[in-house]
Design a protein. Structure first.
Length: 401
């Protein structure tokens, strides 16, 4: 019986300039292992181990040696394998989300790890670096998430030597979104329109938008997409049927929350001061609609001018939820809520009504701006909820009007 011949390896080694070089089956030339020869018997075993490990790597990934070389293509338009993979799976990752990953990669991760050899990447070094950053825990978590996108692909390509579970995410200490106090809200949105104009000045249009956000709980994307057709003055309210996302794409409101919202009379009178048109209630300068950054920048600037602690547009929505819940609870609206056609009866009527104001799903709507169900809800709200809705602004000097 013939003995089997020696096992044929898918690689070959050679010595060159004091280092071991390797060539894999199918390759035309040798490349360095970065292993010095020194003691040939010992270092050859190291070179063989290196070659065996590299031979198991996905062939398309063999040309990468450093973290920077591998990650260079990530989060770029047209070349990011992660982005393309997400889209092919039906996960429509928005471009601004991809761009945020790219910013964190270029600003934070590559300067620290770009030149590090892939075999030298260490979970301890990465974790120590993350925790040493002088940023909030939430920012550190975002950097970690970007890093993990690339590390997962490195692991799939068998280029990573450690288990991903060895790299733990930073602990996030959540801070509740800050809502304006009543004193701050009265300062930002004075009852007298002349005083309101003095506060907001050249940012008057965004001031009206912020007042609408605070007194209805509308989201930024819904406010940017608000069309004059959506405002129904006769029912003293509006319908939310679309939103504009961060990529300036039109679509449904978040979580499909098409809804009708009763609007305080004072807020409607403020909207009446804007120049009416057939398009957006809050048009932009460079786009037909307002750019998302314009809202936050204007609100931040006004807060600084008024000596108010930083607020965000989402904080205004949070403020509406807090105040309107108190108003509805004090008004005792449960009997009226139970009569609403199609609404789910609940013993927690206050929260249930508020959920309808701030966002719920409405199906099978075609001509949404004039859909009978939304108009019926607006009429019902105006009949049964007008007093508590108009009392929203009563905390200010001068009251709701």
């Amino acid at each position: 019986m013939m003995k089997p011949g020696p096992k044929s390896e898918p690689w070959s080694l050679k010595k060159r300039a004091g280092y071991w070089y390797v060539k894999f089956r199918g390759e035309s030339g040798y490349h360095t292992t970065n292993i010095e020869i020194a003691n040939e018997r010992v270092t050859r075993k190291l070179a063989e181990a290196y070659a065996n490990k590299r031979s198991s790597i996905v062939p398309a990934a063999l040309g990468y040696n450093t973290f920077g070389e591998y990650s260079l293509r990530y989060f770029k338009p047209g070349s990011c394998p992660w982005f393309a993979r997400q889209r092919s799976r039906g996960n429509m990752v928005q471009e601004h989300y991809r761009d945020a990953h790219r910013g964190r990669l270029e600003i934070h991760i590559l300067p620290q790890f770009g030149r590090v050899q892939l075999r030298e990447l260490s979970p301890v070094a990465m974790e120590d670096w993350l925790y040493s950053l002088a940023y909030s825990s939430q920012t550190k978590k975002h950097i970690y998430e970007t890093l993990m996108v690339i590390l997962r692909d490195l692991r799939r390509d068998r280029l990573l030597e450690f288990d991903l579970s060895d790299l733990q995410p930073p602990v996030v200490r959540h801070q509740e979104t800050r809502a304006p106090t009543e004193t701050e809200a009265a300062q930002l949105f004075p009852a007298d329109v002349g005083a309101f104009q003095s506060v907001w000045g050249g940012r008057y249009q965004i001031g009206v938008l912020c007042a609408l956000a605070y007194s209805t709980g509308m989201r930024s994307g819904e406010l940017r997409a608000l069309n004059w057709r959506a405002i129904h003055r006769e029912s003293r309210g509006l319908v939310v049927v679309e939103a504009i996302n961060r990529d300036n794409e039109h679509g449904s409101p978040k979580k499909g929350s098409v809804r009708a919202i009763p609007v305080p009379e004072w807020t409607l009178s403020l909207i009446d001061t804007l120049p009416a048109s057939v398009g957006y209630v809050f048009p932009g300068r460079t786009l037909s609609h307002l750019e998302i950054a314009s809202i936050g920048h204007a609100l931040t600037a006004i807060c600084e001018e008024q000596g108010i602690e930083h607020l965000t547009p989402h904080g205004l929505r949070h403020g509406y939820n807090t105040r309107m819940r108190q108003i509805l609870a004090a008004a005792g609206m449960e009997p009226y809520f139970d009569r609403v056609n199609g609404f789910k009866v609940s013993t927690e009527a206050t929260d249930a009504v508020l959920r309808h104001f701030t966002g719920h799903k409405t199906r099978d709507m075609t001509d949404l701006y004039d859909h009978p169900e939304l108009l019926k809800q607006l009429a019902f709200f105006d009949t049964h909820f007008r007093a508590p809705v108009d009392s929203f602004w009563n905390f200010r000097a001068g009251g709701g009007m």
